[in-house]
Ligand binder design. Sequence first.
Ligand code: GAL
Length: 412
Amino acid sequence: MTIKKLLASAALTALTAGAAHAEDVEVLHWWTSGGEAAALNVLKDDLAGQGIGWIDMPVAGGGGEAAMTTLRARVTAGDAPTAVQMLGFDIKDWAGEGVLGNLDDVASSEGWDAVVPEALQFFSKHDGHWIAAPVNVHSTNWVWINKAALDATGLAEPTSWDELIAVLDAMEANGITPLAHGGQAWQDATILDAVVLSLGDDFYKAAMIDLDPDALSGEQMVEAFNRMEKLRGYVDDNFSGRDWNLASSMVINGEAGMQMMGDWAKGEFLRADQTPGEDFVCIRFPGTQGAVTFNSDQFVMFEVEEGAEAQKAMAASVMNPTFQSAFNVVKGSVPARTDVPNDDFDDCGKKGMADLADAGSNGRLFGSMAHGHSVPAAVKNAMYDVVTAHFNGEYDAETAAEEMLNAVESAQ
Ligand code: GAL
């Protein structure tokens, strides 16, 4: 039975078996950390104000791998959620299966085409139809540094690889964990995104977007893995399996000096009542200022008989300019719309919005591989395996570069 028929039979079942309240939306997502939950509450409250009830379907696991596995099981069982948090190429994959709802009428009445950047529309549309509502733009080439720990080194915010190593060495000499990290594939890959980008836009595009064999296995990729190995030397012994927000906490409390992570990390600093420039500093991964690797959280709506109106109301809420500001101020991301003022954003948020606009206009905006915006999931997961094997010492840099090409070729 095709997925479409499964969904139709599920809808019929729901109708006959007494569906939930017509205005309810069941939302599958992976926003389970403190900062993420605080941002999600902004959406829940917004919908509640419209009489739309929220049935929560959280699937813990940063980066969304577990959530996507759960989603596949739900849809295969003919029980798709009303709305799903989804990233980049996962949206394109699901759209290709013809099971996502059409949001064109909301998009045209709300004028989405004029305010959503092309880089996002590439993922929000399928065959020219809107099938997803983007709630934000995150970017991944950030470093979050404990301000007191940086000051204690006597060094400035690093802007190059050598300066970064000098700061990490000084933090180590000061007796703290220089680099807070969670040993999970998507987190290792998030750092690789930034390391590859710091070796040049052309290299990032060739390796992570065009999957050029020479870029994947050549000298620059060897250098990228040498740098990953160097960074591995600055994490603590208990990094394996650590959730990303626990690594953020290590920087927040001064146990560690910095974390290389997307700007959802800022949501954790804000939850701890920390202020940019006073308690922590946000910088672009050294060598990447001016460029941005992005990922956008979008809500896709599966085709359902019951709840289509609530889906459209949710899509309209997600894209409402006032909501876009209120949500992203808390989430650490920046608005998906270009017409939202930055008045309510802190200095890191304002920097994020300015960097995104600059990168977009200068051709330096690239989809994040680690967060599903540069290649399809099969290729991304193949890269994950190589990055993690290397980070855990199974490969040296030369072998990792060879395996990168082998893994990508076998996944394509
Ligand atoms: C990203 C997602 C963010 C945040 C992060 C950590 O993929 O876009 O919203 O959830 O994972 O889980």
